[in-house]
Write a protein that binds this ligand. Structure first.
Ligand code: ZN
Length: 248
């Protein structure tokens, strides 16, 4: 199975995974009405600080997704990656990266779902109910991937980099343009909480943490931003040669 890793013995635990992807033990930090936080109004801003969950989500990007994406980018693919974790113990089910050089629909999230079904179709014992999965995307899912997450039956996704980051920091503005052109949505106009799933920006979750914890996570997110900027340069330098990618 390309890109898959089973790390189920890392022994980490979430409270009440069956009812919510977020533990209840943390009290959300009140937002300052006079000076709204970055994520004011978004689900992540109301989700409190679960340091164990945030640590694990960042760790999965650092350890499981980035190595796959480094290789994928070298082969001409975009920088977007994804992973699935078990809500029960935060272990990694699999990680995946963008494979648009094979097929323009193999975005990181879609490739994760594709890889998952290749895995369970080969080995039924690896099946996990989608409702027991935390879906992690490095970048805020595009309309294709948000729809794939919906059709896949997942009730959540978490991401670090926003649509605006994809456009401004990584020179890939298709998410925002597609939302506006096809769905007539201005940036941020889609429903981050809906009948299917709730979308959490990990930066919003970090903003809920106490200062020392927030500083430590912010340092790791800054390092990730640098890592993705470097991978983006490789993609941008080589994208002209990618015959199978109409939207570069
Ligand atoms: Zn996508």
């Amino acid at each position: 199975m390309a890109g898959g890793q089973d790390l189920s013995n890392n022994g980490k635990h979430l409270d009440s995974p069956a009812t919510s992807p977020l533990p209840r033990r943390h009290v959300p930090k009140p937002l300052d009405a006079a000076s709204p936080a970055r994520g004011a109004g978004r689900p992540g801003a109301r989700a409190g600080c679960d340091a164990e969950l945030i640590d694990r989500l960042i760790e999965v990007i650092e350890r499981d997704i980035v190595p796959l994406t480094r290789e994928g980018v070298r082969q001409g693919n975009k920088i977007f990656g994804a992973a699935m974790l078990r809500k029960s113990d935060l272990s990694t089910i699999l990680a995946a990266t963008n494979r648009e050089t094979e097929n323009p629909l193999w975005h990181g999230e879609v490739n994760a779902i594709k890889t998952y079904y290749e895995m369970v179709n080969a080995d039924e014992s690896k099946r996990v109910d989608p409702k027991d999965v935390i879906f992690l995307a490095t970048h805020e899912p595009c309309p294709l991937c948000a729809s794939a997450i919906t059709w896949g039956g997942y009730d959540n996704f978490y991401y670090v980099f926003s649509h605006e980051d994809s456009r401004d920091a990584f020179q890939i503005g298709h998410d925002l343009k597609l939302l506006k052109e096809v769905f007539k949505h201005e940036p941020g106009g889609y429903a981050r909480e809906n009948a299917y799933w709730t979308a959490y920006n990990i930066v919003d979750l970090v903003d809920n943490c106490a200062e020392d914890t927030k500083a430590a996570f912010t340092k790791r997110l800054d390092a990730l931003r640098q890592t993705y900027a470097e991978m983006s340069e490789v993609y941008q330098a080589n994208k002209g040669e990618a015959k199978n990618i109409p939207l570069k």
